[in-house]
Design a protein around this ligand. Sequence first.
Ligand code: SF4
Length: 367
Amino acid sequence: MPGGIVELRRRLLGWFDTNQRDLPGRRTADPWAILVSEIMLQQTTVAAAVPYYERFLARWPRPADLACAATDELLAEWSGLGYYRRARLLHDAARRVADAGGAMPDGADALAALPGVGRYTAAAVASIAYGEPVAAVDGNVERVVTRLLALPGNPRQAAVARAIRDGAQALLDPRRAGSFNQSLMELGATICRPTRPRCPDCPVGDGCLARLQGAPERYPELPARAAPTPVTRVAALIGRGRHALLERRHAAPNEGFFELPSLDLPGGTEPRAADGDAAWSALALHLRSAFGIRVTLDEALSPHRHTITRYRITVHPFAGTLSSGAVKSPLAWVDPARPDQPLTTATRRILARVRANTERRGSTSRT
Ligand code: SF4
């Protein structure tokens, strides 16, 4: 590019100043708010994260505030955002900061020592909050840098990852480190997309080596993604008035959350209509052996599908009735309408759909 790296920085920053989106964490230099924003935006869309971010910081504006919160309060607030391990690690990080006096660590290395804060997040917070000249390489930046510099190789290999970090560091404008890092992220999110990058709209297109080679999508040279693993789950939906019988999970990935009591069928195979009785029998047996309760089947409900990390999960809920047995931990009668209850997104959606169907049937039968 004529003008070299100085011109590239000038154009990227100029483009960012005019075109940046209004994201959580972009209207503040508070390192705690930026950390919360970065953690929430991992694996979550901006539209989904914004209301959570605003509620979260209104409730826990400083790390010390979150450090004092009960785990259930935090999980209920995070409920629906998914990837709940992030919330637990953020809680641990807040406690660590509070124990050390309450002030956020003031550099990338110290931030990276907090639970759940990786190299990227530490660099993003340090550069945006403190102006520390350290490159923050997330998936978007990785894509832009490998294309700008035509860097070959699999970024999951250490040597290639190092070359990408070095490339990003060499490009970084040390006078506006936070904005520059964000300009690369923004370019990757909006222009330099994984497929069909909008090269004619790119502010640095005439200096992009991958574009000059004529094949920008060739970079980064990531290995083909494995197909998601199918999981077939049968779940019991036992109601009592406004309450549902739910199981409190005591292990990852949804530790601390309430879910429908369930059983994963072997092999991830979908139960056909003819297998429904067998699936229900297996679930009823599981409820008896795991929790000491007996249930009877009332109705098979329509399945709920969702994908988490590399699992494509299909939940087949069965509405049933508790016929005998004492409800004790980890089971509990839970009012799903109460916002302070930590329920997983899938559980909330299944219960909401059942409630809507019941209300619709009720109104139909009254007309
Ligand atoms: S020219 Fe195209 S490939 Fe290169 S950085 Fe811009 S959008 Fe990405």
